[in-house]
Write a protein that binds this ligand. Sequence first.
Ligand code: FAD
Length: 486
Amino acid sequence: MIKTGDEYRESIGTGREIYIDGERVGDITKHPMFAPIVDIRARIYDLAHEPGSQEVMSYVDSAGERNSIANKLPLSQQDWHDKRTAVDLVLDEARGVVTRVGDETIGEMWALYDGQDVLNEVDPRFAENIRNHVHRAVTADPFHISANTDPKGDRSKRPQDQDPDMLLHVVEETADGIIVRGAKYETAAPYATQAFTKPTIANWGDSELSDYAVGFVLDLNAPNLKFICRTGFAGRRAAADYPLANRVDEVEALVIFDNVLIPWDNVLFYRHTRAATFVRSTLHRYSALPYVHRSIRFADLMIGAALWNVRQTGLDKNPAVQEKLAMLACYREGIDAHLTAAIATAETSPGGLTMPNQSLLYAGRVWAQTQLPQMMHWARELCGGQICITPDSATFAVPEAAPWLEKYYSITEQWQSDDRRKLLAFARDLLNSDYAGHRLTFQLFAQAPPFAHYQAVYRNFDFDGPLGLVKAAAELSDRVEEGSAG
Ligand SMILES: Cc1cc2nc3c(=O)[nH]c(=O)nc-3n(C[C@H](O)[C@H](O)[C@H](O)COP(=O)(O)OP(=O)(O)OC[C@H]3O[C@@H](n4cnc5c(N)ncnc54)[C@H](O)[C@@H]3O)c2cc1C
């Protein structure tokens, strides 16, 4: 069943305890730092109902119910093409990049679907809960997010040897469920429906950590949750000068679990380091694809901003400038190629789903993420220094300054000062502003830290091919395989 935008707004407007920018938030749907992103999420819900976009955003299942394409279990390559088309429509509507709006994190539930047998073997108590939640994720149209990262504290010490709340843990079992305590960093938590909450990357080899090896679906309306947010970028400065910050900022929160009851029905694994390790190792096998897909849109925005800039000054005829634009295009096409190939050579997952080729997908994530700082730098270079020295729109309106700005910011008959100012403001917000810096950090960290991206490649690349080639080419004996530590 697909929700409407209004139903979504109602579902989050429940008086959650949210703090931002030095104040407690009243109506989150109207607060200037939340309203733009809440509106985008509501719009995504409404797109699934509107005749012009319904078929892109939703489908009718075998029971005759209409559900969201984003939440559909991937059963074919076509499902992945459909999901990518739906994401593109969302990004077109947003006119910027939004990532954590649900479709990117729901894939964690499909990884859980794949892991049912293993988790069942580890601890059969929660098999039915997993089945129910996977089903709900497909049919209840939740705005589903991801909660992994604890504040962690001093990593040289075990959690038991410091304030134990540095990692989320169970403090009590009751007839109704478990009581958990701790905190997690979560993008979108103040305005989402539910979070798949599980341990962060940690040394799970130590069985004493079992109180910390817990995974559950968190209802973000649960009592005793507090959402302490970083200051939003929207509403701080004029939208004419910071168009992206005002339109597509996604707000992170430190979510405090001050003894939160998790009903038994929502518990997915409990007191099992093996289950925690397993869930972590397969977590992004689907969700990496929509995450990396966003990098293509970000690259397109960089290419567009850079090309408009060099075009208006006639620099696009210069071969050295063309070369830089081609480098940006190679970056963009490199990401697209990884994702397209990952779908074209998709594998069948342990649970029978269509899983993007893991080696190509994770290599694509590393390509997109490691090259991004350099690509932003080239785009910035092509835009020229004026992106950081141009006055704001208010100054363009001051009667004494306006004629001068009009004179010096008008280049040709086609490119008058107003359009040039707008383009420079857009490029600044994409590449130079505090929002732009935040976005770069988001791309590096929001799914996992960069070292974990490389570890995923290491775990999924087939090293047997190169080993076999060299063994044959160098005429190595079979003994080397017996002597291999790996
Ligand atoms: C904008 C943004 C949004 C986010 N959204 C979410 C979210 O929605 N949900 C969520 O759960 N988390 C989210 N995160 C958190 C993110 O997943 C973490 O930042 C990330 O896991 C790294 O953890 P940390 O910040 O505690 O860094 P640390 O663990 O302190 O690591 C810092 C650095 O130390 C080095 N390092 C640490 N450990 C190792 C190791 N074992 N091997 C090699 N190097 C190591 C690496 O260089 C690493 O980058 C978000 C983060 C950002 C910045």
